[in-house]
Design a protein around this ligand. Structure first.
Ligand code: FES
Length: 295
């Protein structure tokens, strides 16, 4: 028996916002759904959104799921979290926000929170007409064929949730939970991500230490090097969402970047800039950095 929080059990026994949303055929209101998972794999979620077009706001959210206790509770939690907020704000909801709302989930059940976040993104991207590239021809190749999980998806969940083992990856996105033939590849990927992270941290620390030892601020060249290093760390998460980022220039404390793909065409690009890029650059490089998008 899983050790579920009271909130999980409450939302399982008394689910909120279950069912579909009928198209109201009303001016200024749109209805869309996003879907993830497959019944063949055991879990599937369809998330329905009713959107106030002018305000770009979620008026109502409902779900249909073929899943377990935590899938029902996670979907209920998600619909409660996103009702009344803008689509941009909704795109900032992470799987951890869903798990936190529930007072936590057993690690083996974290994939239910990931499924909620992915269904939300799928619905919003569909509404906005954003095609998410599959990146089949690059590093986003399929790693787990049993569950159809790509390298980019695993990268994203590992980075966002600080995962360190194959078992954890299986708990979050199911990869590795079937025939296990992809286990070694997942392990290598986790090790590579870990290494990249350590390399980034040590490069940044070395540059900053050099500048401090010489009692001078970072030069523009040093800033560019550091920003490039940190952007390389952020890119896999953007790629997983069908976007990308490229450094354009650094002027003083202003970092100019070009957002590409889904990031560039998405009206939540400001949120991407502030939350995914600026926060990291301020943490790792300089707390005074400001990130701006150029087209
Ligand atoms: S290929 Fe990943 S579990 Fe089978």
């Amino acid at each position: 028996m899983w050790d579920y929080s009271e909130k999980v059990l409450d939302l399982f026994y008394n689910p909120k916002n279950q069912g579909a949303i009928e198209d109201p055929n009303q001016d200024g209101v749109a209805v869309v759904f996003g879907e993830v998972g497959s019944i063949a794999c055991g879990d599937a979620l369809r998330l329905h959104l009713k959107i106030e077009v002018e305000a770009d706001k979620i008026l109502d959210a409902r779900f249909q799921t073929f899943g377990c206790t935590s899938a029902i509770a996670s979907s209920s939690a998600l619909t409660e979290i996103i009702k009344g907020i803008t689509l941009d704000a909704a795109l900032n909801i992470s799987n951890r926000d869903i798990a936190n709302y529930l007072g936590g989930l057993p690690e083996e059940k974290m994939h239910c929170s990931v499924m909620g976040q992915e269904a939300l993104e799928a619905a919003i991207f569909k509404y906005r007409g954003i095609e998410v590239e599959q990146h089949e021809d690059d590093d986003g190749a399929l790693i787990c064929s049993c569950f159809g999980v790509s390298e980019n998806r695993i990268r994203r969940v590992v980075i966002e949730n600080n995962l360190t083992t194959v078992e954890q990856v299986t708990s979050y996105v199911k990869a590795g939970g079937g025939c296990s033939s992809c286990g070694a590849e997942i392990e290598d990927l986790i090790a590579a991500i870990q290494q990249e992270k350590e390399l980034t941290a040590s490069r940044v620390a070395a540059e900053i230490a050099t500048a401090q030892a010489q009692n001078r601020p970072l030069t523009t060249v040093q800033k560019i090097n550091l920003v490039q290093t940190v952007l390389q760390e952020v890119r896999p998460m953007l790629l997983a969402d069908g976007g990308d980022v490229e450094l354009y220039d650094v002027e003083g404390d202003t970092v100019k970047v070009v957002l590409k793909g889904a990031c560039g065409s998405c009206s939540s690009s400001t949120a991407t800039l502030k939350n995914a890029i600026e926060v990291r650059l301020r943490e790792r490089v300089l707390p005074t950095l400001i990130v701006e998008a150029v087209s």
